[in-house]
Design a protein around this ligand. Structure first.
Ligand code: FAD
Length: 404
């Protein structure tokens, strides 16, 4: 569908998570209005902490919110501090304080998701967000895009952006339900108040304890007020893919029975953990159909082993806004350009994230010894330069130069 002659297209963004709000914020920066429809009665993030890598920080700076994020985040001095499960021996560590900004022009931060969401939301006019709007049906037919909600009037739009997460109703409507397979893994997450956390966990460090079939990552968030724990373990028959589902501290502890006591004490100090089954989905070859597209987890759910899901949603949002703003008269062409720009990168990230669990979860033995020996020569900050050094602006630079 082409934009209405009488004015700018009506853009509906379904989902007010980090991706949907970032899309509204970046569109606003380009002078393009959009309305966000979010099912929750208020904007809030569950799931505790996340890593803001330099590529995400770069986009947050462009959006003008990096300073606000930094106020409530923790700037990491150390990243990828790998420790052995049984005794905490440090296998390798990256000196981010010395290298990150020099290599990529930005630092790495850890933040509570609610703080990141609030900073992004500050760039979206309040009257552009409709809360308590659970979409129950999306139809794209006869030149009309229609969203039907559990409560309130239906909405017709000229452009629809499905930023409605891993269970996307928009994705299912245009491409069919994407079949998920069992990965065999689940994630536990918990927050430990800083006053209950030992000194090693309060450092400005991202630490990964790795061992047979499991690994656990911790880092401080909320300006150091909490330590965020996220751990990966066999899922058994647990298949619920939702942050609202919980486990008990005892269930979490049972997964790490026999590990270094400093780690099990840390788990014990946390509140009720959330538990999330990691389901596996193949990358989509296309995200757009006419004037409808996908963004963030709706488009490319990925395993969290490269801590890039939210970062990619933010990059999507920035890229989508540029493509739409440059071709507002022809949204379908803009959305095709957007997916061509983004799919190769997010597919590569989906693929590499997928492979990581096996390496972290080796049983003790010759393969584990070879892995641990190799750690000494690894430099993840440099090796992952394609992730952290990526600059979306460069993708648009030739077009901008041609216009001059
Ligand atoms: C264990 C774990 C650790 C992670 N760690 C990191 C990390 O360190 N760094 C990082 O960058 N990423 C991380 N991620 C990934 C990150 O959490 C996601 O990629 C990111 O939140 C996706 O954002 P989104 O806006 O696309 O989707 P979501 O955050 O899922 O938001 C979707 C929104 O849509 C709304 N919605 C859904 N359906 C409807 C409907 N029918 N009607 C109306 N509204 C609807 C939801 O309420 C929600 O607000 C991690 C993920 C996991 C599982």
């Amino acid at each position: 569908m082409r934009a209405r002659r009488s004015g700018a297209p009506r853009i509906a963004i379904l989902g007010g998570g980090i991706g949907g709000l970032a899309a509204a914020a970046f569109l606003g920066k380009e002078g393009v209005a959009a309305t966000v429809y979010e099912q929750a009665p208020r904007l809030a993030e569950v799931g505790a902490g996340l890593v803001i890598a330099p590529n995400a920080a770069r986009q947050l700076r462009r959006l003008g919110v990096l300073d606000a994020v930094r106020e409530r985040a923790v700037q990491l001095d150390t990243g990828w501090e790998f420790r052995r499960w049984a005794d905490g021996t440090i296998l390798s560590a990256e000196d981010l304080a010395a290298s990150c900004e020099r290599l990529y022009g930005e630092q790495t931060y850890t933040a509570h998701r609610a703080d990141l969401l609030a900073a992004v939301q500050s760039q979206v006019p309040a009257d552009s967000v409709e809360l308590g709007r659970k979409c129950v049906k999306f139809e794209a037919g006869d030149g009309v895009l229609r969203l039907t909600f559990e409560d309130g009037d239906p909405v017709e739009a000229d452009v629809v952006i499905g930023a409605d997460g891993v269970h996307s109703i928009v994705r299912n409507a245009i491409f069919g339900a994407s079949p998920a397979t069992d990965s065999g893994l689940c994630a536990f997450r918990a927050l430990v108040p800083a006053e209950r956390a030992p000194a090693f966990a309060r450092r400005a460090a991202q630490t990964l304890w790795i061992g047979p079939g499991h690994h656990l990552v911790h880092y401080p968030v909320s300006a150091g007020a909490f330590v965020n724990l996220v751990a990966f373990a066999p899922a058994g028959d647990f298949t619920t893919e939702s942050w609202t589902s919980t486990a008990t501290v005892e269930e979490f502890l049972a997964e790490f029975d026999g590990w270094d006591e400093r780690l099990t004490d840390l788990i014990r100090a946390g509140g009720t953990p959330a538990r999330w089954a990691l389901l596996d989905r193949a990358p989509l070859p296309r995200w757009s159909e006419g004037n409808v597209t996908l963004l963030g987890d709706a488009a490319h759910p990925m395993f969290p082993f490269f801590a890039q899901g939210a970062a990619q949603a933010i990059e999507d949002a920035a890229g989508l806004a540029r493509c739409l703003a440059e071709d507002l008269e022809n949204p379908a062409a803009a959305l095709r350009r957007y997916e061509e720009l983004r799919i190769p990168r997010t597919t590569r990230l989906q693929d590499v994230s997928h492979g990581r669990a096996e390496i972290n979860h080796l049983d003790d033995g010759p393969d584990q010894q070879a892995r641990d020996a190799a750690f000494r020569h690894q430099d993840p900050l440099v090796a992952n330069g394609w992730i952290y050094g990526y600059d979306l602006e460069a993708e648009f630079a030739p077009a901008a130069a041609a216009k001059q």
